[in-house]
Design a protein around this ligand. Structure first.
Ligand code: 4AD
Ligand code: MG
Length: 433
C-alpha cells in the first residue's frame, strides 16, 4: 500500500463508509472465541475494528496476539455502528503487525506519580492528546493575536547576567568561567526593543526556582509577553483582556471535541469568550474581601491564593486587579503620581480557582527610585546600567505584561494540576523523564 492510500481515523469517520486503510496503535483489545474487537487509535481519533474468526481464521489468530500500543496497519470496510465508541466500525480484511508492544506499564487507575514517571508514554493518552491539541491552539492564537495587531516578534537572551523578578527564584548556571542566570522574564530586554520596533511580543521558555509545591507553579514554563512604547497601564490592561478573550474564542473554534474529551464546561468558556472583564483596584479588592467575606486582609499585604480565588469567584469571569502596594512589587513597577504607595501594575485572575494568569505594569522611569529598590533587594544597581541608560536616550512611557501559557492552558482545560498543561513538566520534585 502506498503512503497516500492511508487516511487518519478522523478522515475515515468523516468518510462514513467504504474501504479504508488505517495506521495506528492498539488502544484496547478484547477477544472471545468468535471475535477480536480492537479499538485503534491514531493522532486524530479512535475507531472500533472487528475481526470475526469465521471470516478469516488467519487474521483472527494475528489479532489475538495484539497487545496495548502495538502498532498496526489495517484495511477493511467501514460502516456505521451506534454501539461502537465513535459510532463506526471497520470490518478488517487485512492486518499488518508492525510491532508487538511489550506489556504497557500504564493500566487503568494508576497513581498520578506513576503517570508522571511514564510521561513519555502517557502523552499518548486521550486526555494528554486533547490537552496538547488545545495548547497548540493557545500558542498559535497568541502569535496571531499579536501579529494581527502589528506587533513584531522580538527575542531576548535566555542566559542573563542579573535577576529581574527577585533573587529567590533564580537558576544559576555555569557560563564558561563565570555564572549566569536563566531568564525569569523577557521584559528588561523588551524595554530596549520597543525603541526600535515600537510594539513587540514574544513567547519563550522561562525559569523560576519555585520552592513552593503548588498545583500552579512550574520551574520551567512558557511566558508570552508584550511590551509597547507610549502605552499606559489602561492600554496594557485592555490588550490583556482582548488577548484572553481571543485565545478562548480560538479554542472554542478549533477544539470543541478536545474540550468534550476533557469534560470541560463549554457554556462557561463561551461566556468567558464574550464577557466584559472587570478592573478593580487592589484597595477595592480588599474591601470586597474584608466586608463581604470577613477575610481581614490588611492594606500592604500581597494577595494570597485563597484571596485571589475569592476575588475571581466573586466576579465569575477573569478580573483585573490594579494598583498593588508599591513596596511589595518589583523594582520596575512605578509608583502612581496621585498615590505613590500604589504601583501602576496589574494582575489578571482567572475564575474557578485558577487565579493569576497575567502580570504586568507600566514601567518606571524613575532611575533613582529603581536603584533604591534594587539595593533594598540586595542587588548592585551597577549591573543594570544598560537598563537605566534606556531612560536617558529618548525615554517614553511604556507598558507590558506576561501571560503564563501553562496557567492559561490549565484554566481553559480545567486541569487540577499545571503539570498536565506541558508535555514534560519540570518542578522542584519532578525532573525526569
Ligand atoms: O507576574 P510575573 O512574575 O511577571 C513578570 O515576570 C513580568 N516581568 C512580565 C512582564 O511584565 N513582561 O509572571 C507573569 C506570568 C504570571 O502571571 C503567571 O501566569 C506566569 O507568568 N508564571 C508562572 N507560570 C507557571 N509557573 C511559574 N512558576 C510561574 N511564574 C509566573
Ligand atoms: Mg505576578
Amino acid at each position: 500500500m502506498k503512503e497516500s492510500e492511508y487516511i487518519t481515523i478522523e478522515e475515515a469517520l468523516k468518510k462514513g463508509s467504504g474501504k479504508v486503510n488505517l495506521r495506528g496503535w492498539i488502544y484496547r483489545q478484547r477477544a472471545s472465541n468468535k471475535f477480536v474487537f480492537i479499538v485503534l487509535r491514531d493522532e486524530s481519533e479512535i475507531i472500533q475494528c472487528v475481526i470475526p474468526k469465521s471470516k478469516s481464521p488467519e487474521i483472527f489468530e494475528k489479532a489475538e496476539k495484539l497487545t496495548i500500543e502495538s502498532s498496526v496497519k489495517i484495511s477493511g470496510e467501514l460502516k456505521e455502528d451506534v454501539r461502537a465508541p465513535t459510532g463506526f466500525e471497520v470490518s478488517v480484511s487485512e492486518l499488518e503487525i508492525i510491532q508487538i508492544a511489550d506489556p504497557f506499564p500504564i493500566t487503568e487507575h494508576q497513581s498520578p506519580e506513576l503517570l508522571y514517571d511514564n510521561r513519555h508514554l502517557w502523552i499518548r493518552s486521550r486526555k494528554l492528546n486533547a490537552i496538547l491539541k488545545i495548547r497548540h491552539t493557545v500558542v498559535g492564537a497568541i502569535h496571531s493575536f499579536f501579529r494581527g495587531r502589528g506587533y513584531y516578534e522580538f527575542d531576548a537572551p535566555i542566559f542573563q547576567p542579573s535577576q529581574s523578578e527577585g533573587g529567590a527564584t533564580l537558576f544559576e548556571v555555569k557560563y564558561f568561567d563565570d555564572i549566569m542566570y536563566l531568564s525569569q522574564t523577557w521584559q528588561l530586554y523588551a524595554e530596549a526593543g520597543i525603541f526600535s520596533l515600537g510594539k513587540i511580543y514574544n513567547m519563550g521558555p522561562t525559569f523560576r526556582a519555585e520552592k513552593s509545591k503548588t498545583s500552579r507553579h512550574l520551574a520551567e514554563f512558557w511566558m508570552a509577553e508584550m511590551e509597547a512604547a507610549w502605552m499606559t497601564l489602561d492600554g496594557a490592561v485592555k490588550v490583556a483582556k482582548d488577548e484572553i478573550r481571543f485565545i478562548v474564542q480560538e479554542v472554542l473554534k478549533d477544539n470543541k471535541k478536545e474540550l468534550e474529551i476533557l469534560e470541560r464546561d463549554i457554556k462557561l468558556l463561551e461566556h468567558y469568550a464574550k464577557a466584559e472583564y472587570p478592573t478593580i483596584k487592589y484597595a477595592e479588592a480588599l474591601e470586597i474581601l474584608n466586608n463581604e467575606y470577613q477575610m481581614n486582609v490588611p492594606w500592604g499585604k500581597d494577595l494570597r491564593t485563597k484571596e485571589e480565588e475569592k476575588i475571581a469567584e466573586h466576579f465569575k469571569v477573569p478580573v483585573v486587579v490594579t494598583h498593588y502596594p508599591t513596596e511589595i512589587m518589583g523594582f520596575y513597577k512605578p509608583p502612581s503620581e496621585e498615590n505613590p504607595k500604589e504601583a501602576l501594575c496589574f494582575d489578571m485572575l482567572a475564575p474557578e480557582g485558577y487565579c493569576e494568569i497575567i502580570g504586568g505594569s507600566e514601567r518606571s522611569l524613575l532611575v533613582e527610585d529603581m536603584k533604591r529598590r534594587l539595593e533594598a533587594d540586595g542587588e548592585d544597581p551597577e549591573n543594570y546600567s544598560w537598563y537605566f541608560a534606556l531612560r536617558r536616550y529618548g525615554s517614553v512611557p511604556h507598558s507590558g505584561y506576561g501571560l503564563g501559557v501553562e496557567r492559561v492552558v490549565q484554566w481553559i482545560c480545567g486541569l487540577d494540576n499545571i503539570k498536565d498543561s506541558i508535555p514534560f513538566p519540570r518542578t522542584m520534585l519532578r525532573k525526569s523523564p
